[in-house]
Design a protein around this ligand. Sequence first.
Ligand SMILES: [Zn+2]
Length: 283
Amino acid sequence: MRFSLGLLLVLCPGLLPAQTTGGADAPNAPAAADPDIVRAQAGIEKLRTLVAAGVAPRVQLEKAEDNLADLQDAAYLRSVLLVQDLSEAQTDEMVAAAGRRFERRKKAYEDARALVDAKVAPALSLGALLVDLDQARKELDLAESRARLTREIADMARAEQAMENQLSESAAAAPAIADRFDGDGVFTPAIFAQVETAFQTRFGKPLPVSAMGETEVHRAMGFDHRGRVDVALHPDSPEGAWLRQYLTTNGIPFFAFRQAVPGKATGAHIHLGPMSTRLKLGG
Ligand SMILES: [Zn+2]
């Protein structure tokens, strides 16, 4: 499994510090307050009347509606940029919005290109469209990267869910899906800070944290991950093996997951702290 922590930090600047809850609702906030959107909506209302009266062409209305959809997609993308963690459904929506913006710009460029090829427009007219297209492609790439990271976090959470199911069937049985170390049962922010420092000292880079406490992915799954930390390391990688050794030596509880689902090479990680529990309904 490949983890892109650098990207994670770029895309989710707020991920590493302690997470707050509630911020993840922002992408669903109405974008109607955006002045460009309000103006576009008013323009469409006016155009509809004109088209109905037969004094404006329908194609003009269609163009205005497409422009409004594009503004709404842009507003959605801006809103998710401010959110530090997203659910899988939200990332799907983000990729779809970025994909639509890319397709619109691709079509605008191709239409203009056809006019240039037909010698109806100067080649110079393509420059700005090409810049727009390039920008939209970068937006889409970023959205897809972020969606991949969210899926990785979700796969890790699914691994924990599978283990929780095993444990709820028989609490005494060793879970087949993970190595369990209870240590002295205590995991606090101060202990985590020690782990981070020790890893940084040993490997000269930050501990690759993929989920610090509760995330939107965990909430969506009904999982209480508060006070727990997921580290995006395969337990058998040199760094993962070192971390397990460190945690064992220091009596720090952890679970080491090699996969989310038997036979599927995703979801490997090391979970620090006691096991997550199911969120109580309404609590
Ligand atoms: Zn975890």
